[in-house]
Design a protein around this ligand. Structure first.
Ligand SMILES: *Cc1c(COP(=O)(O)O)cnc(C)c1O
Length: 388
């Protein structure tokens, strides 16, 4: 039996044809389709500039570099996120720290952030950059985080890997009103896909230039950025920083560009699926995700939390029983600092209690645009059998 997974891509014939036409063209990479994809995403979310990369992980890395993160700097992110949100700071030689989550939205808690900043200021250990993560596709409260950034002088990178197509208040995530850079992921389980891929969007021309520089070896061919050399020497490009090869191919960009046409449809379908889960799971001993009224989630994930007061069935038992019934659920996430690598850096169990509680009772159940009604019926009835 084919398992129903927690997330998967939706690739159409038109998507496939778009990829094929790039394969027949002159440009497999660094060509026109890559630029069109960047323009499409920038226009969609209302950002001025977009820089496509080969993953969101590399977009987060170049975003940190563009903001000047280096040795001796401190970067903060949410305790409940994928490891890439904090690894990007370590790549730059900076140190990381974690903010506990809000018990209702599971996003970084504004209260914890406020307290932690006040303490850090006294110790002279303020972060240079804070990376809020829009968990499950629901934006963080960006106005409040932005107000704190003005008070304490840190920069903001939104990790919107889950959130393309979502809105904060009336505006699309990525428009840059409340942050310096926003990063999207196009991994197949995310909202739209390029196979592997990511993008950093910004309204700052200077940051866009630096993102582009670090994406491609630190090389520039802009005369005004190059060091002057004698007139008779040929210097069509110069390496002026230590960058990487993080470029996205046009093959990938063709898939992404074509997927953009269905982005709104994908997110609407995710909302329909969420509404049905909300309705049909409401009598079970679980907590369904809370949706803030002024935020339009992209609904990347639909986590349920098994209520320990109301049932003896544990999260782990539920997870395994789902699996035995053909449903491959997942857990998002183990608090980053509880990963063995991070524990070796000195982080200890108990550091962010709310994130640890989430880790102990949450399960992400199937949620993706192409989830069929029949498959959703199966998920709902299996959950009723296990927990009802
Ligand atoms: C998926 C994800 C990433 C990394 O995305 P890639 O494109 O796979 O590198 C980063 N942060 C979060 C929150 C994610 O979910």
């Amino acid at each position: 039996m084919q398992k129903i997974k927690y997330g998967r891509q939706d690739v159409s014939e038109a998507d496939i044809n778009a990829v094929i036409s790039v394969l027949r063209s002159d440009w497999l990479t660094q060509g026109p389709v890559g630029k069109l994809f960047e323009k499409s995403v920038a226009a969609y979310c209302g950002a001025e500039f977009a820089v496509a990369t080969n993953s969101a992980t590399s977009a987060l890395h170049v975003a940190c570099l563009a903001l000047g993160v280096g040795k001796g700097d401190i970067v903060w992110t949410s305790a409940n996120t994928f490891v890439a949100s904090s690894n990007c700071a370590l790549y730059c030689g900076a140190s990381v720290d974690f903010v506990d989550i809000d018990p209702d939205t599971y996003n970084l808690s504004i209260e914890c952030l406020t307290d932690k900043l006040a303490r850090a200021e006294k110790l002279g250990k303020l972060p240079k950059v804070v990376i809020p993560v829009h968990l499950n596709g629901q934006s963080c409260d960006m106005a409040e985080i932005s107000a704190l950034s003005e008070k304490y002088g840190f920069k903001i990178i939104e990790d919107a890997s889950h959130a393309i197509g979502g809105k904060y208040k009336t505006e699309r995530v990525g428009n840059g009103r409340y942050s310096d850079i926003t990063v999207f992921s196009f991994h197949p389980v995310k909202i739209i896909t390029t196979g592997e891929g990511g993008m950093a969007v910004t309204k700052s021309e200077n940051l866009a230039r630096r993102l582009t520089l670090f994406r491609s070896h630190g090389i520039t061919s802009e005369t005004n950025e190059m060091e002057p050399r004698p007139l008779e020497e040929i210097w069509n490009y110069q390496q002026i920083e230590l960058g990487f090869n993080y470029r996205m191919t046009d093959i990938q960009a063709a898939l992404g560009l074509n997927q953009m046409e269905r982005l709104d449809e994908f997110v609407e379908r995710r909302h329909t699926i969420a509404q049905r889960y909300n309705e049909e799971l409401k009598n079970l001993p679980i907590q369904t995700p809370m949706q803030k009224i002024d935020i339009y989630s992209a609904y990347h994930l639909y986590p349920i939390r098994i209520s320990r007061e109301k049932t003896n069935i544990s999260q782990k038992q539920t997870y395994h029983l789902l699996n035995e019934n053909g449903i491959q659920a997942n857990l998002h996430y183990i608090p980053v600092y509880r990963q063995p690598y991070y524990e070796r850096l000195g982080f200890k169990e108990g550091y962010c209690p709310e994130a640890e509680r989430y880790h102990q009772d949450a399960i992400s159940i199937p949620m993706y645009a192409s989830l069929s009604e029949d498959d959703q019926t199966t998920v709902i009835s299996v959950l009723h059998d296990i927990l009802g």
